[in-house]
Design a protein around this ligand. Structure first.
Ligand code: MOS
Length: 738
């Protein structure tokens, strides 16, 4: 006989997204699907030069275009978009344009067409400044200044331990330079925002990852009380990090709506989505590792430059991560952000994660090769036990990920010492990489209500940008309250009707909001059992809720929880919970991954194909295996893109984005995706499920690069890996010497 707890686990470990049917049938309403009366359409006025000062704007001709209701420019509006730039004040409408496309004004018109034409018709006079498009040029002492305080910010330093001592004590020092390109978040739904005012109350239907983050930003930037702002997001077509606050187009919709007294909808074209909304920054990283002959890695020293474009929304470090998955005695990284007259950058899935992992894990692979040891053994030897050599982990499944992966991938049999291929050969090789990412805990809220019809309403402030958050939350209720998931209704995505949630960023939803949902479920369960105990006279400890029914352990009674309310004349039972979890001092919480892959390379054409992929993850307890596996697969597909194809290409002439659409920006296609196996090592963590969404992309480019090395002895040091470089390197260092 299985216990009740086991029975629940059986049922509730895997479930399809509860809103999948609405998405695939087109019923789900995204921002641009809203149909509001008297709506005006907004369009942005974009700079036609990459760098300069706006001297004047003539809107007279544009105003005459039929249907044009309003034109606002940098001379009429001073609003600061606080989330738009990390180190400086960025205006919503700027008079100092810093890249081609920088927004200097906006139009509201009766039709999308009129708005667009008017935005193009506005005459702008500029004082042109010299422009720079490459970080090397931006760092020259006489470079034109993109910001008053210069083009270079930093250094930001992450350090611990005695770096000089460890490098002095090293038997061997390894060094490498690695570069990563700028890439796009490339979510399917382009930027969109719909805003209207009722008196001094603003409502924004936003395509945001966080309705509360968006609301807070709008209130701050517009200088209005937060209670006067309502943000609604019922459906969001992906985000991956670039829409986790209020966005400039939200502010522009609100500003135009205020000025016209009508609702305003702004929707970006795919090209605008690519070039006006930020993507992942590029990096140039020089690493050194201090190593003992026995393979102990004593220390890492990194100097890195981040290619951040004209603006960066990043709030984190530009190179970060490996210092948390290696147990070195010391670490020193010195990071600079460098501005250029190119489109903006910001967060994308584990913002600095894959770039940093690529550099470190490639160098580690190199060290293993030179020391003549298996790269897996080198990692097992140096895998983190104490973070920064001082903090304990709440749980640590890294070794288990490595060992389990080795077994399932048959690593020790498949891995052979790298060998030089013969010209024209099709060769295979295997690679691996490990990674960690933050698994934070924090503030969350949830409200749950049981009604006499037996339905349970969960009020939760998530958006569900594609992560399956609504389903996850429903499953947590189902599991801890003991009701079938079909009986749960989720009320989400509206700051007016739901309690606070961090939203979907930083892989935090399941911990922050999910733990509140769990507590709320347990509290409501107590309330139901108390009522049932009073009603039946059976002691509470002999009662349990199973499948939406209160049952006594001796099976003598069975009451539907809805009927219990009816029979006791209770209108409803409700509970509201706030949690604010904090880690103890000197504790760290991380999720871990070990990835393994095999590549096949045509040495004639340079074509690289990933033909097998295994991902082993420690994200603690998994709530929904189905969506968790999907998350990991999505991260790997994104990582394959970063490794093999994806690169935002900017013009050397004016810094404009040359491949800002799905035809020319090369996302990986399905024929390039191998069979991906995902295994979860479910460590027990005192704070419950750990993070998952971001860590899945972190080791991918490094894993593939290491497999390429294993197949060819060629170390590719720049992302994306290009066929040309591979062929050139093969010609130069392999074939000539055969
Ligand atoms: Mo994110 S890159 O924290 O949405």
């Amino acid at each position: 006989m299985i216990t009740i707890t086991e029975a629940r686990k059986e049922i509730l470990k895997s479930h399809p997204r509860i809103d999948a049917i609405y998405k695939v049938t087109g019923i789900a309403k995204y921002v641009a699907d809203w149909n509001v009366k008297d709506v005006l359409y907004g369009a942005v006025i974009k700079s036609k030069i990459p760098h300069g000062k706006v001297k004047s704007i003539d809107v007279n001709e544009a105003k005459k275009i039929e249907g044009v209701k309003d034109i606002v420019t940098c001379f009429d509006d001073n609003t600061i978009w606080n989330a738009g730039e990390k180190f400086h004040r960025r205006r919503v409408f700027t008079d100092h344009v810093r890249y081609l496309g920088d927004i200097i004004g906006a139009v509201a018109a009766e039709t999308k067409f009129s708005a667009k034409i008017a935005a193009e018709t506005v005459k702008v006079e500029y004082e042109e400044y010299p422009a720079i498009f490459k970080i090397e040029d931006a760092m020259k002492p006489d470079a034109p200044k993109i910001w008053e305080d210069g083009n270079v910010k930093g250094p930001l330093v992450i350090s611990y331990g005695d770096i000089e001592k460890d490098f002095a004590e090293a038997d061997l020092i390894f060094k490498g330079n690695f570069k990563t390109s700028r890439v796009a978040n490339a979510q399917l739904e382009p930027a969109a925002s719909l805003a209207w005012w009722e008196g001094n109350r603003l409502t924004v239907v936003a395509a945001t990852q966080s309705i509360f983050g968006c609301r807070e930003g709008l209130a701050k930037d517009l200088g209005i009380p937060i209670e006067n702002v309502r943000v609604i997001t019922y459906y969001k077509g992906g985000g991956f990090g670039n829409k986790a606050s209020d966005m400039n187009y939200d502010l522009i919709a609100a500003i135009l709506a205020k000025r016209t007294g009508r609702p305003v909808l702004i929707e970006f074209s795919r090209e605008d989505e690519f070039s006006l909304v930020h993507g992942r920054w590029g990096t140039d990283q020089t690493l050194e590792a201090a190593v003992k002959k026995d393979g102990t890695i004593l220390s890492f020293r990194i100097k890195a430059y981040a290619d951040v474009g004209a603006y960066t929304r990043a709030i984190g470090k530009f190179v970060e991560g490996p210092e948390s998955y290696y147990s070195t005695r010391s670490w020193y990284s010195e990071i600079y952000a460098v501005y250029t007259n190119t489109p903006p950058t910001g967060h994308m899935r584990a913002p600095p994660g894959p770039q940093s992992c690529f550099a470190t894990e490639s160098l580690i692979d190199e060290i293993a090769y030179k020391l003549g040891v298996n790269p897996l053994d080198l990692r097992l030897k140096n895998a983190v036990t104490k973070v920064h050599n001082s903090s304990n982990l709440t749980s640590n499944g890294l070794r288990e990920c490595l060992l389990r992966g080795a077994k399932e991938f048959n690593w020790y049999n498949r891995w052979k010492k790298p060998e030089k291929p013969k010209k024209g050969e099709i060769v295979r090789g295997v690679g691996m990489a490990m990674a960690a990412w933050h698994a934070r805990v924090g503030y969350g809220e949830a409200k749950i209500r049981l009604k006499p019809d037996g339905r349970v309403e969960l009020f939760v402030g998530v958006v569900d940008i594609g992560t399956g958050a609504k389903t996850t939350m429903a499953m947590i209720v189902s599991r801890y309250l003991g009701v079938p998931i079909e009986n749960i209704d989720i009320i989400w995505g509206d700051t007016e009707n739901t309690p606070y949630s961090i939203g979907e960023s930083g892989s935090r939803t399941t911990s922050f909001t999910g733990n509140a949902v769990k507590e709320a479920s347990l509290e409501l369960r107590e309330k139901i059992l108390n009522l049932a105990s009073q009603f039946t006279g059976i002691e509470k400890k002999h009662l349990e809720i199973v499948n939406g029914k209160v049952v006594s352990l001796d099976s003598s009674i069975e009451i539907d929880i809805g009927d219990l309310l009816t029979k006791t004349k209770t209108d409803y039972l409700e509970t509201f919970v706030r949690i604010n979890q904090e880690l103890d001092k000197n504790m760290e919480r991380l999720s871990f991954a070990a990835h393994f892959c095999e590549v096949e390379i045509d040495t004639e054409t340079g074509e690289i194909n990933v033909i097998d992929y295994l991902a082993v993850h420690d994200s603690g307890e998994i709530v929904n295996y189905l969506t968790a596996e999907n998350q990991v697969k999505g991260g790997i597909v994104m990582g394959i893109g970063m490794a093999l194809n994806e690169k935002l290409i900017f013009s050397d002439y004016d810094g404009s984005l040359l491949n800002g659409n799905f035809m020319t920006y090369r996302l990986p296609t399905i024929d390039k995706i191998p069979n991906i196996r995902v295994i979860f090592v479910e460590t027990e963590d005192p704070y419950g499920p750990k993070s998952l969404g971001e860590v899945s992309i972190v080791p991918v480019p490094a894993c593939i690069g290491n497999a390429i090395f294993n197949a060819t002895t060629i170390r590719l040091t720049e992302l994306p890996f290009s066929r040309e470089t591979l062929l050139a390197k093969l010609d130069e260092s392999v074939f000539t010497k055969v």
